[in-house]
Design a protein around this ligand. Structure first.
Ligand SMILES: [Zn+2]
Length: 636
């Protein structure tokens, strides 16, 4: 506790260098600590059969030695290092086997006794790459045609106070003929083997490698620092970025530069994976982002609308999350637990500007922004878990909530710091505009908070006091009270002040918006959350009921399967028809439900018809919302 507090205090006041690569390509250590250099050689040639091998040479001194497997993975905000898939672990000293034993308490620690005279231990490791879809970089990351490889999968290191002080000479051998990209600077290439410039442990873990058979690199900006789009797809047919997509991505870079006024990378690579076989998510890095979406996202309109926003979100993280990082998440090494209390800034402000930049660049249309905002606001407004769990607890408990089951998700309340963060920062942005009669906005906050001097990656931690102080510099107001009220109190309703002040209203009618249509079609779901309070898949399996709404009042629950509606075999259309017909009837809707092989009839007394959320203009007010999403740079 004392040591952690001291580390935290030291982090609050200093800039912590993470990439300390000097101009001549040699790495230097930060601070006064002695440096060690590990050699890590990865064999990824068996990636298609989900098996990776590595050899590691670790400088040591004789005596007891503990080696650690990275546990807390930056950006995943939790102890998600995939220790269960570490395999084939053996150690040798001068060719002789060296026994190891795992720490009985810390599952990520391995103890060895290094014999006299030894100067290095050689480790042999395997990573058994998983096939399941969830779990960020611990989830499926390889197919027959591509792989997104994370160095922390195959890396043991001695205990270091600062991961910046441990240097690694890393190399990887790729499947024959595969092309690759990464944010890690390259030293040389020889055949299928790539050797990287010496990097510290922080930078290495922050630099995944995207490699694949079907691969394209597209320059987005050749101005210094260069920005590139690197795409690997599971098929040549999917690898067809249109000129419009390329133009929009170039506009995204221009808009981000205009917003923040500085860049904190030496170059930047969008690592974009198109595959139905890998886990779908985005993970931010200083000089790259690892975004994985549906295989046909570049050629299918629905998949594209659902996928594109991840690119602007992860790009914003290079400023908000990587450069400016919440103090509790700016940990000195991968063994130190992270604290997520400020995720409403780290993720919430990124959700806001990721979506704003999606419109400013053209990744989204203004209509798509309004429609997606309506769906997010409505969903938060139909989350009874907000009556027991304040927003701050969704951030503090993020490391649990990312893994939470989907059943009873509205009663549990999940990682709302993303979308409620969107509402909170919209509330803030519109209030700054109102307080300053349109002279200032949240953009000014970003330039001041995230801008500064351009240069290589560095971390500048912040506290809530820093956020409040900068808001007050932009527009003096009782920001501390404003934030505390939204973070620490419980309220049945989501904070819609930004939508109202923006000149719009959240309404419901019987017509589905594009966002819900897309989600229903891509995820094979039926959205009855705003009518029956019921969410199910297209086979009738109930994923959730919303407490206080008709389906929950009728005692339906998640895990049950609807088999018939008003005497007709269940289908999404049969359910929709029954809900519509009940509007002009006083009879309850009859759902025949299979609950663990017991068939029960549930009457639902609901006559309100289908209900779906939309944003509509309030013509009595100025359209400030449209001002918040207006591009900062001229049209291309
Ligand atoms: Zn994020």
């Amino acid at each position: 506790m004392g040591r952690r507090l001291a580390l935290l205090l030291s982090l609050l006041s200093v800039l912590v260098p993470v990439s300390v690569l000097a101009a001549d390509g040699l790495a230097q250590a930060s601070g006064a600590h002695a440096t060690q250099t590990i050699t890590l050689t990865v064999d990824a040639t068996e990636a298609p059969r989900k098996l990776f091998h590595a050899r590691e040479v670790i400088p040591v001194s004789p005596g007891p030695l503990t080696l650690y497997y990275p546990q807390w993975i930056p950006g995943e905000h939790g102890p998600t290092g995939p220790i269960n898939n570490l395999s084939g672990l053996t150690f040798t000293v001068n060719g002789k086997p060296l026994p190891w034993r795992r720490d009985p308490v810390d599952m990520y620690a391995f103890h060895l006794d290094v014999p006299q005279g030894a100067t290095a231990v050689e480790a042999s490791l395997e990573f058994l790459a998983p096939t399941f879809a969830g779990g960020f970089t611990s989830g499926s990351s390889t197919t027959s045609h591509l792989a997104v490889f994370s160095w922390n999968w195959l890396l043991l290191s001695p205990q270091v106070t600062q991961a910046d002080d441990l240097l690694v000479n890393a190399s990887v051998r790729l499947p024959t003929g595969w092309k690759f990209s990464t944010g890690l600077p390259i030293d040389r290439e020889s055949g299928d083997e790539v050797t990287f410039r010496t990097a510290n442990l922080t930078t290495l873990i922050d630099s995944p490698v995207l490699a694949g058979e079907h691969f394209r690199a597209i320059p987005l900006s050749t101005a210094n620092p260069a920005v590139e789009m690197d795409i690997a797809a599971d098929s040549p047919a999917a690898l067809q970025p249109s000129q419009q997509f390329t133009d929009v991505m170039r506009k995204l870079v221009e808009e981000a530069r205009a917003l923040f006024g500085a860049e904190h990378y030496e170059h930047y690579n969008f690592l974009f994976t198109l595959s139905g076989r890998v886990a779908h998510f985005g993970l931010e890095h200083h000089q790259s982002n690892d975004s994985r979406v549906a295989e046909r996202a570049l050629i299918d309109e629905t998949q594209g609308r659902l996928a594109r926003g991840v690119l602007s979100h992860e790009y914003v993280h290079s400023w908000n999350g990587k450069y400016r990082r919440a103090a509790g998440l700016a940990t000195p090494n991968p063994q130190t637990p992270m604290q997520g209390e400020l995720l409403w800034v780290y993720e919430g402000l990124t959700q806001y500007y990721g979506n704003v930049l999606a419109v400013r660049s053209g990744l989204w249309t203004p209509e798509q922004y309004a429609d997606t905002l309506a769906q997010a606001a409505a969903s938060l407004n139909h989350t009874p878990g907000r009556l027991w769990r304040p927003l701050i607890d969704t951030a503090v408990a993020a490391q649990l909530l990312y893994q939470a089951p989907s059943e009873w998700s509205t009663e549990r309340r999940g990682t709302d710091f993303y979308n409620e963060g969107w509402l909170l920062w919209l509330d803030t942005d519109t209030l700054i505009r109102q307080l300053t009669s349109g002279q200032r906005s949240l953009d000014d906050f970003c330039r001041r908070f995230h801008g500064g001097q351009s240069g290589p990656p560095s971390v500048k931690p912040y506290t809530v006091e820093d956020v409040v102080a900068t808001l007050n510099e932009i527009a003096p107001y009782g920001w501390r009270t404003f934030l505390n009220q939204r973070l620490y109190t419980t309220d049945a309703h989501a904070p819609l002040g930004g939508i109202d002040r923006g000149g719009w209203r959240l309404v419901y009618d019987t017509v589905q918006g594009q966002r819900i249509k897309d989600l229903e079609s891509a995820r094979k779901q039926v959205e009855m959350g705003y009518s029956l309070g019921l969410r199910l898949n297209d086979a009738g399996l109930i994923s959730d009921v919303i407490p206080g709404m008709p389906a929950a009042n009728a005692k339906l629950g998640p895990g049950m399967t609807v088999v018939a509606v008003d005497g007709k075999k269940f289908s999404p259309d049969a359910l929709r028809d029954a809900v519509s017909a009940a509007k002009t009837s006083n009879k309850p809707i009859q759902l025949l439900v299979n609950n663990e092989d017991t068939l029960i009839n549930y009457p639902i007394d609901y006559h309100g018809g289908e209900q779906y959320p939309h944003l509509v203009r309030d013509n009595a007010k100025t359209d400030v919302l449209s001002q918040t999403i207006a591009p900062l740079t001229p049209r291309r």
